[in-house]
Design a protein around this ligand. Structure first.
Ligand SMILES: Cc1cc2nc3c(=O)[nH]c(=O)nc-3n(C[C@H](O)[C@H](O)[C@H](O)COP(=O)(O)OP(=O)(O)OC[C@H]3O[C@@H](n4cnc5c(N)ncnc54)[C@H](O)[C@@H]3O)c2cc1C
Length: 466
Protein backbone atom coordinates (compact mmCIF):
# COMPACT_ATOMS: atom_id res chain seq x y z
CA UNK A 1 0.00 0.00 0.00
CA UNK A 2 1.51 3.31 -1.06
CA UNK A 3 1.85 6.23 1.33
CA UNK A 4 1.49 9.30 -0.83
CA UNK A 5 2.36 12.77 0.36
CA UNK A 6 -0.64 15.10 0.66
CA UNK A 7 -0.44 18.25 -1.42
CA UNK A 8 0.36 21.32 0.70
CA UNK A 9 1.01 25.03 0.10
CA UNK A 10 4.65 24.45 -0.63
CA UNK A 11 3.74 22.05 -3.47
CA UNK A 12 1.22 24.54 -4.88
CA UNK A 13 3.88 27.28 -4.80
CA UNK A 14 6.31 25.00 -6.63
CA UNK A 15 3.73 24.25 -9.34
CA UNK A 16 2.86 27.95 -9.76
CA UNK A 17 6.55 28.65 -10.18
CA UNK A 18 6.84 26.09 -12.95
CA UNK A 19 3.72 26.84 -15.02
CA UNK A 20 2.51 30.26 -13.87
CA UNK A 21 -0.06 31.23 -11.27
CA UNK A 22 -3.15 31.12 -13.52
CA UNK A 23 -2.40 27.58 -14.73
CA UNK A 24 -2.71 25.98 -11.29
CA UNK A 25 -6.18 25.30 -9.88
CA UNK A 26 -7.08 23.72 -6.57
CA UNK A 27 -9.93 23.25 -4.13
CA UNK A 28 -13.31 24.50 -5.33
CA UNK A 29 -11.72 26.10 -8.42
CA UNK A 30 -11.44 22.65 -10.01
CA UNK A 31 -14.42 22.00 -12.27
CA UNK A 32 -16.42 18.84 -11.56
CA UNK A 33 -15.56 17.54 -15.07
CA UNK A 34 -12.02 16.79 -13.92
CA UNK A 35 -13.24 14.31 -11.31
CA UNK A 36 -14.43 11.77 -13.90
CA UNK A 37 -14.32 10.81 -17.55
CA UNK A 38 -17.18 9.92 -19.92
CA UNK A 39 -17.78 6.63 -18.08
CA UNK A 40 -19.03 8.60 -15.12
CA UNK A 41 -19.26 5.73 -12.60
CA UNK A 42 -15.80 6.31 -11.07
CA UNK A 43 -14.91 9.71 -9.70
CA UNK A 44 -12.41 11.54 -7.53
CA UNK A 45 -11.01 15.05 -7.66
CA UNK A 46 -7.32 15.81 -8.10
CA UNK A 47 -5.87 17.92 -5.25
CA UNK A 48 -4.40 20.22 -7.83
CA UNK A 49 -4.96 20.66 -11.56
CA UNK A 50 -2.06 21.95 -13.62
CA UNK A 51 -2.35 23.06 -17.24
CA UNK A 52 1.00 22.21 -18.76
CA UNK A 53 2.62 23.71 -21.88
CA UNK A 54 5.85 21.94 -22.67
CA UNK A 55 8.06 18.96 -21.98
CA UNK A 56 10.27 20.87 -19.59
CA UNK A 57 7.35 21.79 -17.32
CA UNK A 58 6.13 18.19 -17.28
CA UNK A 59 9.63 16.90 -16.58
CA UNK A 60 10.16 19.32 -13.68
CA UNK A 61 6.78 18.47 -12.16
CA UNK A 62 7.33 14.72 -12.54
CA UNK A 63 10.78 14.98 -10.93
CA UNK A 64 9.29 16.90 -8.01
CA UNK A 65 6.43 14.42 -7.66
CA UNK A 66 8.91 11.55 -7.76
CA UNK A 67 11.11 13.06 -5.07
CA UNK A 68 8.08 13.79 -2.89
CA UNK A 69 6.02 10.64 -3.70
CA UNK A 70 3.01 12.54 -5.01
CA UNK A 71 0.59 10.71 -7.37
CA UNK A 72 0.22 12.20 -10.86
CA UNK A 73 -2.37 11.61 -13.58
CA UNK A 74 -2.15 12.86 -17.17
CA UNK A 75 -5.40 13.99 -18.74
CA UNK A 76 -6.30 14.77 -22.32
CA UNK A 77 -9.93 15.63 -23.10
CA UNK A 78 -11.39 13.23 -20.53
CA UNK A 79 -13.45 11.34 -23.14
CA UNK A 80 -12.22 7.94 -21.92
CA UNK A 81 -14.79 5.27 -21.05
CA UNK A 82 -13.06 3.19 -18.37
CA UNK A 83 -12.17 5.75 -15.68
CA UNK A 84 -8.50 5.74 -16.78
CA UNK A 85 -7.93 9.47 -16.20
CA UNK A 86 -9.64 9.61 -12.80
CA UNK A 87 -7.11 10.56 -10.08
CA UNK A 88 -8.06 7.81 -7.64
CA UNK A 89 -5.50 9.01 -5.08
CA UNK A 90 -5.91 12.76 -5.66
CA UNK A 91 -2.51 14.40 -6.15
CA UNK A 92 -1.54 16.29 -9.30
CA UNK A 93 -3.51 16.15 -12.55
CA UNK A 94 -1.61 17.42 -15.59
CA UNK A 95 -3.92 18.50 -18.36
CA UNK A 96 -2.26 18.53 -21.79
CA UNK A 97 -4.91 20.24 -23.94
CA UNK A 98 -2.93 23.50 -24.13
CA UNK A 99 0.02 21.58 -25.64
CA UNK A 100 -1.77 21.66 -28.96
CA UNK A 101 0.77 22.57 -31.62
CA UNK A 102 1.38 20.68 -34.81
CA UNK A 103 5.16 20.90 -34.97
CA UNK A 104 6.15 19.51 -38.35
CA UNK A 105 4.73 17.92 -41.48
CA UNK A 106 7.53 15.98 -43.14
CA UNK A 107 6.30 15.13 -46.63
CA UNK A 108 9.52 13.32 -47.52
CA UNK A 109 9.11 10.86 -44.67
CA UNK A 110 5.28 11.09 -44.55
CA UNK A 111 5.25 11.90 -40.85
CA UNK A 112 3.46 14.43 -38.67
CA UNK A 113 5.12 15.54 -35.44
CA UNK A 114 2.81 17.06 -32.87
CA UNK A 115 2.17 17.82 -29.22
CA UNK A 116 -0.11 15.51 -27.18
CA UNK A 117 -3.01 17.95 -26.78
CA UNK A 118 -3.79 18.24 -30.51
CA UNK A 119 -7.35 17.01 -31.07
CA UNK A 120 -8.13 14.18 -33.44
CA UNK A 121 -10.45 16.42 -35.49
CA UNK A 122 -7.61 18.91 -36.03
CA UNK A 123 -5.25 16.21 -37.27
CA UNK A 124 -7.75 15.01 -39.88
CA UNK A 125 -8.40 18.52 -41.13
CA UNK A 126 -4.73 19.50 -41.26
CA UNK A 127 -3.45 16.44 -43.11
CA UNK A 128 -6.33 16.40 -45.60
CA UNK A 129 -5.45 19.97 -46.60
CA UNK A 130 -2.13 18.45 -47.70
CA UNK A 131 -3.83 15.50 -49.44
CA UNK A 132 -2.56 13.21 -46.73
CA UNK A 133 -4.38 10.79 -44.48
CA UNK A 134 -4.16 9.79 -40.82
CA UNK A 135 -6.27 6.59 -40.90
CA UNK A 136 -7.24 5.89 -37.24
CA UNK A 137 -10.83 7.03 -36.87
CA UNK A 138 -12.18 6.72 -33.32
CA UNK A 139 -15.72 8.06 -32.92
CA UNK A 140 -14.88 10.85 -30.47
CA UNK A 141 -13.09 13.52 -32.49
CA UNK A 142 -12.57 15.85 -29.53
CA UNK A 143 -10.17 13.34 -27.91
CA UNK A 144 -6.48 14.33 -27.85
CA UNK A 145 -3.81 12.43 -29.72
CA UNK A 146 -2.06 11.86 -26.35
CA UNK A 147 -5.24 10.14 -25.10
CA UNK A 148 -5.60 8.17 -28.35
CA UNK A 149 -1.99 6.96 -28.11
CA UNK A 150 -2.34 6.10 -24.44
CA UNK A 151 -5.46 4.02 -25.05
CA UNK A 152 -4.36 2.65 -28.44
CA UNK A 153 -7.65 3.99 -29.75
CA UNK A 154 -9.26 2.04 -32.59
CA UNK A 155 -12.23 3.32 -34.55
CA UNK A 156 -14.11 2.55 -37.73
CA UNK A 157 -11.30 2.19 -40.24
CA UNK A 158 -9.43 -0.51 -38.31
CA UNK A 159 -10.74 -3.18 -40.71
CA UNK A 160 -8.48 -1.94 -43.50
CA UNK A 161 -5.96 0.35 -41.83
CA UNK A 162 -5.41 -0.87 -38.27
CA UNK A 163 -5.37 1.15 -35.04
CA UNK A 164 -3.43 4.03 -33.45
CA UNK A 165 -0.42 1.84 -32.56
CA UNK A 166 0.10 1.13 -36.28
CA UNK A 167 0.57 4.86 -36.92
CA UNK A 168 2.88 5.84 -34.06
CA UNK A 169 6.43 5.96 -35.37
CA UNK A 170 8.07 7.80 -32.50
CA UNK A 171 7.36 9.28 -29.08
CA UNK A 172 8.92 11.68 -26.64
CA UNK A 173 7.99 10.57 -23.14
CA UNK A 174 8.58 11.93 -19.65
CA UNK A 175 9.21 9.01 -17.30
CA UNK A 176 7.90 8.94 -13.72
CA UNK A 177 11.28 10.15 -12.40
CA UNK A 178 11.17 13.19 -14.71
CA UNK A 179 13.69 11.89 -17.24
CA UNK A 180 12.85 12.62 -20.90
CA UNK A 181 13.31 9.79 -23.43
CA UNK A 182 12.84 9.50 -27.18
CA UNK A 183 11.41 6.21 -28.39
CA UNK A 184 11.35 5.14 -32.05
CA UNK A 185 11.58 8.07 -34.48
CA UNK A 186 10.93 8.77 -38.14
CA UNK A 187 12.34 5.39 -39.11
CA UNK A 188 10.08 2.95 -40.95
CA UNK A 189 11.67 -0.16 -39.46
CA UNK A 190 12.97 -0.83 -36.00
CA UNK A 191 14.33 -4.08 -34.68
CA UNK A 192 16.49 -2.49 -31.99
CA UNK A 193 15.61 -4.36 -28.84
CA UNK A 194 12.32 -4.35 -26.94
CA UNK A 195 9.93 -1.74 -28.30
CA UNK A 196 9.37 0.64 -25.40
CA UNK A 197 7.40 2.87 -27.77
CA UNK A 198 4.86 0.09 -28.26
CA UNK A 199 4.66 -0.46 -24.51
CA UNK A 200 3.81 3.19 -23.97
CA UNK A 201 1.08 3.00 -26.63
CA UNK A 202 -1.98 1.65 -24.81
CA UNK A 203 -0.44 2.00 -21.33
CA UNK A 204 -3.17 4.47 -20.23
CA UNK A 205 -0.79 6.94 -18.67
CA UNK A 206 0.69 4.42 -16.23
CA UNK A 207 4.25 4.21 -17.62
CA UNK A 208 5.10 7.70 -18.85
CA UNK A 209 3.63 10.97 -20.11
CA UNK A 210 3.62 11.42 -23.87
CA UNK A 211 4.91 14.90 -24.69
CA UNK A 212 5.47 14.59 -28.43
CA UNK A 213 4.44 12.08 -31.10
CA UNK A 214 5.61 11.32 -34.61
CA UNK A 215 2.72 9.86 -36.58
CA UNK A 216 2.87 7.95 -39.81
CA UNK A 217 0.69 9.31 -42.64
CA UNK A 218 -0.57 7.84 -45.91
CA UNK A 219 -1.56 9.53 -49.17
CA UNK A 220 -5.24 10.55 -48.99
CA UNK A 221 -7.46 8.07 -50.88
CA UNK A 222 -9.24 10.07 -53.57
CA UNK A 223 -12.61 8.31 -53.49
CA UNK A 224 -14.78 6.97 -50.73
CA UNK A 225 -18.29 5.49 -50.90
CA UNK A 226 -20.44 3.98 -48.14
CA UNK A 227 -23.17 1.37 -48.46
CA UNK A 228 -26.07 1.13 -46.05
CA UNK A 229 -27.49 -2.39 -46.23
CA UNK A 230 -30.76 -3.31 -44.47
CA UNK A 231 -31.46 -6.85 -43.23
CA UNK A 232 -34.57 -8.47 -41.75
CA UNK A 233 -32.80 -9.18 -38.47
CA UNK A 234 -29.50 -8.68 -36.68
CA UNK A 235 -28.42 -12.33 -36.98
CA UNK A 236 -28.63 -12.27 -40.78
CA UNK A 237 -26.78 -8.94 -40.84
CA UNK A 238 -23.91 -10.01 -38.64
CA UNK A 239 -23.56 -13.45 -40.18
CA UNK A 240 -22.68 -11.60 -43.40
CA UNK A 241 -19.49 -10.16 -41.93
CA UNK A 242 -17.15 -13.19 -42.21
CA UNK A 243 -18.54 -13.81 -45.70
CA UNK A 244 -17.65 -10.23 -46.70
CA UNK A 245 -14.16 -10.67 -45.30
CA UNK A 246 -13.78 -13.96 -47.18
CA UNK A 247 -14.79 -12.20 -50.44
CA UNK A 248 -11.41 -10.36 -50.28
CA UNK A 249 -13.13 -7.06 -51.12
CA UNK A 250 -11.34 -5.12 -48.28
CA UNK A 251 -13.85 -2.57 -46.96
CA UNK A 252 -12.46 0.32 -44.92
CA UNK A 253 -15.18 -0.04 -42.27
CA UNK A 254 -17.97 -2.52 -41.48
CA UNK A 255 -20.29 -1.31 -38.74
CA UNK A 256 -23.49 -2.98 -37.54
CA UNK A 257 -26.48 -1.20 -36.08
CA UNK A 258 -29.97 -2.07 -34.94
CA UNK A 259 -33.18 -0.16 -35.51
CA UNK A 260 -33.58 0.62 -31.80
CA UNK A 261 -30.21 2.41 -31.70
CA UNK A 262 -30.90 4.28 -34.97
CA UNK A 263 -34.21 5.55 -33.59
CA UNK A 264 -32.47 6.71 -30.37
CA UNK A 265 -29.91 8.58 -32.51
CA UNK A 266 -32.66 10.20 -34.59
CA UNK A 267 -34.35 11.40 -31.41
CA UNK A 268 -31.06 12.53 -29.91
CA UNK A 269 -29.95 14.48 -33.01
CA UNK A 270 -33.43 15.55 -34.13
CA UNK A 271 -32.41 14.38 -37.60
CA UNK A 272 -33.67 11.58 -39.84
CA UNK A 273 -31.56 8.58 -40.83
CA UNK A 274 -31.95 7.70 -44.55
CA UNK A 275 -33.94 4.56 -43.63
CA UNK A 276 -35.12 3.00 -40.39
CA UNK A 277 -37.70 0.54 -41.64
CA UNK A 278 -35.56 -2.58 -41.16
CA UNK A 279 -34.51 -4.33 -38.02
CA UNK A 280 -30.76 -4.30 -38.65
CA UNK A 281 -28.18 -2.69 -40.93
CA UNK A 282 -24.60 -3.02 -42.00
CA UNK A 283 -22.81 0.20 -42.87
CA UNK A 284 -19.74 -0.29 -45.01
CA UNK A 285 -17.21 2.11 -46.48
CA UNK A 286 -14.84 1.53 -49.35
CA UNK A 287 -12.02 3.83 -50.33
CA UNK A 288 -9.40 3.93 -53.05
CA UNK A 289 -7.85 6.12 -55.68
CA UNK A 290 -10.35 5.67 -58.49
CA UNK A 291 -14.10 5.31 -58.59
CA UNK A 292 -13.61 2.20 -60.74
CA UNK A 293 -11.59 0.50 -58.01
CA UNK A 294 -14.06 1.49 -55.27
CA UNK A 295 -17.06 0.43 -57.38
CA UNK A 296 -15.39 -2.91 -58.17
CA UNK A 297 -15.01 -3.59 -54.45
CA UNK A 298 -18.44 -2.47 -53.34
CA UNK A 299 -20.27 -4.28 -56.17
CA UNK A 300 -18.80 -7.60 -55.01
CA UNK A 301 -20.08 -6.93 -51.49
CA UNK A 302 -23.47 -5.52 -52.57
CA UNK A 303 -24.18 -8.57 -54.76
CA UNK A 304 -23.03 -10.96 -52.06
CA UNK A 305 -25.29 -9.32 -49.47
CA UNK A 306 -28.31 -9.31 -51.81
CA UNK A 307 -27.72 -13.01 -52.54
CA UNK A 308 -27.55 -13.79 -48.82
CA UNK A 309 -30.73 -12.01 -47.74
CA UNK A 310 -30.10 -8.25 -47.70
CA UNK A 311 -33.35 -6.37 -48.30
CA UNK A 312 -31.75 -3.58 -50.36
CA UNK A 313 -28.48 -1.71 -50.84
CA UNK A 314 -28.40 2.08 -50.43
CA UNK A 315 -25.38 3.82 -51.90
CA UNK A 316 -24.27 6.70 -49.70
CA UNK A 317 -22.26 8.87 -52.04
CA UNK A 318 -23.61 12.42 -51.71
CA UNK A 319 -22.25 14.69 -48.97
CA UNK A 320 -25.77 15.07 -47.52
CA UNK A 321 -26.35 11.30 -47.22
CA UNK A 322 -22.85 10.72 -45.89
CA UNK A 323 -23.46 13.36 -43.24
CA UNK A 324 -26.82 11.94 -42.15
CA UNK A 325 -25.50 8.37 -41.90
CA UNK A 326 -22.14 9.07 -40.28
CA UNK A 327 -23.41 11.76 -37.90
CA UNK A 328 -25.99 9.26 -36.63
CA UNK A 329 -23.29 6.58 -36.31
CA UNK A 330 -21.11 9.06 -34.38
CA UNK A 331 -23.98 9.81 -31.97
CA UNK A 332 -24.92 6.23 -31.04
CA UNK A 333 -23.12 6.21 -27.70
CA UNK A 334 -24.50 9.57 -26.62
CA UNK A 335 -27.97 8.59 -27.84
CA UNK A 336 -28.03 5.38 -25.80
CA UNK A 337 -26.75 7.32 -22.79
CA UNK A 338 -29.57 9.84 -23.23
CA UNK A 339 -32.15 7.04 -23.53
CA UNK A 340 -31.54 5.64 -20.02
CA UNK A 341 -30.88 6.64 -16.43
CA UNK A 342 -27.47 4.97 -16.18
CA UNK A 343 -25.48 2.53 -18.28
CA UNK A 344 -22.23 0.61 -18.43
CA UNK A 345 -20.35 -0.59 -21.45
CA UNK A 346 -18.67 -3.79 -22.51
CA UNK A 347 -16.07 -3.28 -25.28
CA UNK A 348 -14.97 -6.84 -25.93
CA UNK A 349 -13.21 -7.91 -29.10
CA UNK A 350 -13.81 -11.40 -30.50
CA UNK A 351 -12.58 -13.15 -33.66
CA UNK A 352 -14.58 -11.74 -36.54
CA UNK A 353 -16.40 -14.99 -37.26
CA UNK A 354 -17.67 -15.04 -33.64
CA UNK A 355 -19.40 -11.63 -33.63
CA UNK A 356 -22.80 -13.16 -34.44
CA UNK A 357 -22.48 -15.73 -31.59
CA UNK A 358 -21.62 -12.98 -29.13
CA UNK A 359 -24.47 -10.70 -30.14
CA UNK A 360 -26.96 -13.61 -30.07
CA UNK A 361 -25.79 -14.32 -26.53
CA UNK A 362 -26.40 -10.71 -25.44
CA UNK A 363 -29.97 -11.08 -26.73
CA UNK A 364 -30.41 -14.24 -24.65
CA UNK A 365 -29.18 -12.33 -21.58
CA UNK A 366 -31.57 -9.50 -22.38
CA UNK A 367 -34.47 -11.97 -22.23
CA UNK A 368 -33.23 -13.96 -19.25
CA UNK A 369 -32.46 -10.97 -17.03
CA UNK A 370 -35.17 -8.69 -18.39
CA UNK A 371 -32.76 -5.82 -18.93
CA UNK A 372 -32.19 -3.67 -22.03
CA UNK A 373 -28.88 -4.38 -23.79
CA UNK A 374 -28.56 -2.33 -27.00
CA UNK A 375 -25.38 -2.71 -29.01
CA UNK A 376 -23.60 -1.44 -32.08
CA UNK A 377 -20.07 -1.65 -33.18
CA UNK A 378 -17.19 -2.42 -35.39
CA UNK A 379 -18.40 -5.74 -36.79
CA UNK A 380 -15.57 -5.80 -39.32
CA UNK A 381 -12.89 -5.98 -36.66
CA UNK A 382 -14.84 -7.99 -34.05
CA UNK A 383 -15.04 -5.10 -31.58
CA UNK A 384 -18.48 -4.72 -30.05
CA UNK A 385 -19.97 -1.96 -27.95
CA UNK A 386 -22.65 -3.48 -25.78
CA UNK A 387 -24.53 -1.31 -23.28
CA UNK A 388 -26.35 -2.49 -20.19
CA UNK A 389 -29.09 0.06 -19.42
CA UNK A 390 -30.47 0.70 -15.96
CA UNK A 391 -33.74 2.32 -17.15
CA UNK A 392 -36.17 2.15 -14.19
CA UNK A 393 -34.42 -0.56 -12.15
CA UNK A 394 -33.78 0.26 -8.50
CA UNK A 395 -30.14 0.38 -7.24
CA UNK A 396 -30.17 -3.13 -5.82
CA UNK A 397 -31.63 -4.75 -8.96
CA UNK A 398 -29.26 -2.72 -11.14
CA UNK A 399 -26.12 -3.75 -9.22
CA UNK A 400 -27.17 -7.37 -9.26
CA UNK A 401 -28.16 -7.55 -12.92
CA UNK A 402 -25.22 -5.48 -14.15
CA UNK A 403 -22.65 -7.64 -12.35
CA UNK A 404 -24.32 -10.85 -13.39
CA UNK A 405 -24.67 -9.87 -17.03
CA UNK A 406 -21.11 -8.48 -17.19
CA UNK A 407 -19.65 -11.66 -15.66
CA UNK A 408 -21.51 -13.81 -18.17
CA UNK A 409 -20.58 -11.62 -21.14
CA UNK A 410 -16.86 -11.58 -20.34
CA UNK A 411 -16.99 -15.35 -19.75
CA UNK A 412 -18.64 -15.79 -23.15
CA UNK A 413 -16.03 -13.60 -24.80
CA UNK A 414 -13.28 -15.76 -23.26
CA UNK A 415 -15.00 -18.91 -24.56
CA UNK A 416 -15.05 -17.38 -28.03
CA UNK A 417 -11.33 -16.55 -27.68
CA UNK A 418 -11.99 -12.85 -27.39
CA UNK A 419 -10.33 -10.22 -25.15
CA UNK A 420 -11.67 -7.80 -22.55
CA UNK A 421 -11.15 -4.55 -24.48
CA UNK A 422 -10.84 -3.86 -28.18
CA UNK A 423 -10.20 -0.13 -27.93
CA UNK A 424 -11.45 1.64 -24.80
CA UNK A 425 -8.84 0.13 -22.50
CA UNK A 426 -8.86 -1.32 -19.00
CA UNK A 427 -8.41 1.82 -16.88
CA UNK A 428 -10.10 1.31 -13.55
CA UNK A 429 -13.41 -0.24 -14.56
CA UNK A 430 -12.33 -3.37 -16.42
CA UNK A 431 -9.36 -4.53 -14.34
CA UNK A 432 -11.09 -7.46 -12.64
CA UNK A 433 -12.18 -8.95 -15.97
CA UNK A 434 -8.65 -8.68 -17.35
CA UNK A 435 -7.10 -10.18 -14.19
CA UNK A 436 -9.51 -13.08 -14.48
CA UNK A 437 -8.76 -13.70 -18.13
CA UNK A 438 -4.98 -13.32 -18.05
CA UNK A 439 -4.24 -15.03 -14.73
CA UNK A 440 -1.46 -14.46 -12.21
CA UNK A 441 1.58 -15.18 -14.37
CA UNK A 442 0.63 -12.76 -17.15
CA UNK A 443 -0.39 -10.12 -14.60
CA UNK A 444 2.90 -10.42 -12.71
CA UNK A 445 4.80 -9.69 -15.95
CA UNK A 446 2.64 -6.59 -16.47
CA UNK A 447 3.24 -5.48 -12.87
CA UNK A 448 6.98 -6.02 -13.35
CA UNK A 449 6.90 -3.71 -16.38
CA UNK A 450 4.98 -1.12 -14.37
CA UNK A 451 7.51 -1.19 -11.55
CA UNK A 452 10.47 -1.02 -13.97
CA UNK A 453 9.07 2.27 -15.31
CA UNK A 454 7.57 3.55 -12.10
CA UNK A 455 9.23 2.03 -9.00
CA UNK A 456 7.45 4.45 -6.64
CA UNK A 457 4.06 3.81 -8.26
CA UNK A 458 3.23 7.50 -8.61
CA UNK A 459 1.95 7.60 -12.20
CA UNK A 460 -1.78 6.91 -12.47
CA UNK A 461 -1.81 4.41 -9.58
CA UNK A 462 -4.65 1.90 -9.26
CA UNK A 463 -5.10 1.42 -13.00
CA UNK A 464 -4.69 -1.34 -15.60
CA UNK A 465 -2.61 -4.01 -13.82
CA UNK A 466 -3.07 -2.86 -10.22
C1 LIG B 1 -18.90 9.38 -27.87
C2 LIG B 1 -17.59 8.64 -27.71
C3 LIG B 1 -17.14 7.83 -28.75
C4 LIG B 1 -15.93 7.16 -28.62
N1 LIG B 1 -15.50 6.38 -29.66
C5 LIG B 1 -14.32 5.73 -29.57
C6 LIG B 1 -13.87 4.90 -30.65
O1 LIG B 1 -14.52 4.76 -31.68
N2 LIG B 1 -12.68 4.28 -30.47
C7 LIG B 1 -11.94 4.41 -29.35
O2 LIG B 1 -10.86 3.82 -29.26
N3 LIG B 1 -12.34 5.17 -28.32
C8 LIG B 1 -13.51 5.83 -28.41
N4 LIG B 1 -13.94 6.61 -27.35
C9 LIG B 1 -13.16 6.68 -26.11
C10 LIG B 1 -12.17 7.86 -25.99
O3 LIG B 1 -12.48 8.92 -26.86
C11 LIG B 1 -10.74 7.38 -26.22
O4 LIG B 1 -10.39 6.48 -25.19
C12 LIG B 1 -9.69 8.48 -26.30
O5 LIG B 1 -8.48 7.91 -26.73
C13 LIG B 1 -9.47 9.25 -25.01
O6 LIG B 1 -8.72 10.42 -25.30
P1 LIG B 1 -8.75 11.67 -24.28
O7 LIG B 1 -7.89 12.74 -24.83
O8 LIG B 1 -10.14 12.04 -23.98
O9 LIG B 1 -8.04 10.99 -23.03
P2 LIG B 1 -8.47 10.97 -21.49
O10 LIG B 1 -9.82 10.37 -21.34
O11 LIG B 1 -8.21 12.28 -20.91
O12 LIG B 1 -7.38 9.93 -20.93
C14 LIG B 1 -7.41 8.58 -21.31
C15 LIG B 1 -6.15 7.89 -20.76
O13 LIG B 1 -5.01 8.40 -21.45
C16 LIG B 1 -4.08 8.94 -20.51
N5 LIG B 1 -3.45 10.09 -21.15
C17 LIG B 1 -4.03 11.15 -21.74
N6 LIG B 1 -3.09 11.96 -22.26
C18 LIG B 1 -1.90 11.40 -21.98
C19 LIG B 1 -0.54 11.74 -22.26
N7 LIG B 1 -0.21 12.85 -22.93
N8 LIG B 1 0.44 10.91 -21.82
C20 LIG B 1 0.15 9.79 -21.15
N9 LIG B 1 -1.11 9.41 -20.85
C21 LIG B 1 -2.11 10.21 -21.27
C22 LIG B 1 -4.89 9.27 -19.28
O14 LIG B 1 -4.08 9.26 -18.11
C23 LIG B 1 -5.90 8.15 -19.29
O15 LIG B 1 -5.32 7.00 -18.73
C24 LIG B 1 -15.16 7.28 -27.44
C25 LIG B 1 -15.62 8.10 -26.40
C26 LIG B 1 -16.82 8.76 -26.52
C27 LIG B 1 -17.28 9.64 -25.39
Amino acid sequence: MNQYKKIDNKDIEFLKNVVGEDKVLYGSDINEDYSHDELGGVSNYPDVLVKVHNTEEISRIMKYAYENTIPVVARGSGTGLVGASVPLHGGIMMETTEMNNILELDEENLTLTLEPGVLLMEIGKYVEEHELFYPPDPGEKSATIGGNISTNAGGMRAVKYGVTRDYVRGLEVVLPNGEVVELGGKVVKNSSGYSLKDLIVGSEGTLGIVTKAILRLLPLPKKSVSLLIPFKDIDTAIEMVPKIIKSKAVPTAIEFMQREVIVSAEEFLGKKFPDNSSDAYLLLTFDGNSLGQVEGDYEIVANLCLKEGALDVFIVDTDERKDSVWSARGAFLEAIKASTTEMDECDVVVPRNQVASFIKYTHELEEEYNIRIPSFGHAGDGNLHVYICKDDLNEEEWEFKLNKVFDLMYKKSEELRGLVSGEHGIGYAKREYMFHQYGEHYMSIMRGIKSAFDPKNILNPGKVCQ
